[in-house]
Design a protein around this ligand. Structure first.
Ligand code: HEM
Length: 215
């Protein structure tokens, strides 16, 4: 498939800022919900859940960048991966803060007890712990310092975070498990594409470290 070429100006000055603003829309929706009393009978629960949903969605969207690139040769998509990954991290942190601050009122003893006692919370914690090193090493300087190979190995943690996020969601819902199963199926499909591509045709792509050096 031929590679899609978008002029640099459009990418940097129009599409990237638009994706950035679009990624803020869930927060705008949440702020609107709070200001209009539109979040239902339990706005705190709705907020925590909404932020958790978007953390997982952004993680899957960020993870989809490379498989979609592999299938379509639209290499310009790589320009969005870091931003989307950081949005996944930001929504996960807000989800956690909503749980700690709004849901538990900073009752650290209870929070700790829940992390230890409730498996789905422990697994949510694992997902956050996986995302932290990814966010910390997302800068060009860190990519250069780590070297492309080590950086790529470390970034496999994104899939661990994805699996943990899906299990966390699956264990949390009591009756209707359709939504977490759909996220699980998407994650499996993305991972399969990467494996299949790795085994068959190895898309030729400049190493991450080389790209960071050039930038
Ligand atoms: C220490 C870390 C985490 C804690 C303590 C935590 C806690 C929670 C809690 C308490 C709920 C249930 C909310 C309620 O019913 O009131 C929840 C739901 C959820 N969390 Fe987390 N979470 C964590 C990390 C994550 C991460 C990293 C992700 C995504 C990658 C995530 C995704 C979700 C999703 C998708 C839901 C279900 C939302 C829904 O029902 O639609 N969580 N989490």
């Amino acid at each position: 498939m031929s590679s899609m070429r978008i002029p640099e100006f459009w990418l940097a000055c129009v599409i990237k800022p638009s994706v950035f603003l679009a990624s803020l829309l869930p927060l705008a929706w949440l702020a609107w919900g709070w200001s209009t009393d539109g979040l239902g009978a339990n706005p705190i629960e709705a907020t925590t859940r909404f932020l958790g949903d978007w953390a997982l969605r952004f993680l899957l969207i960020a993870l989809a960048v490379t498989p979609v690139r592999m299938l379509t040769a639209w290499n310009c998509l790589a320009r969005f991966r870091r931003m989307l990954g950081l949005f996944a991290f930001a929504y996960a942190v807000l989800h956690l803060l909503s749980y700690i601050g709004l849901d538990q009122f900073f009752a650290w003893a209870t929070i700790w007890a829940e992390i230890v006692k409730r498996t789905y919370i422990t697994i949510g914690m694992l997902a956050v712990l996986c995302l932290i090193p990814l966010a910390l090493t997302s800068t060009k300087g860190m990519v250069r310092r780590l070297g492309g190979k080590r950086w790529q190995k470390l970034h496999r943690l994104a899939y661990v975070a994805g699996v943990a996020g899906v299990i966390h969601f699956y264990m949390m819902v009591k009756a209707d498990v359709r939504e977490p199963l759909i996220y699980g199926a998407i994650l499996t499909a993305l991972f399969s594409i990467r494996l299949w591509n790795g085994r068959t045709r190895q898309v030729a792509r400049p190493s991450v470290a080389r790209k960071a050096k050039r930038a």
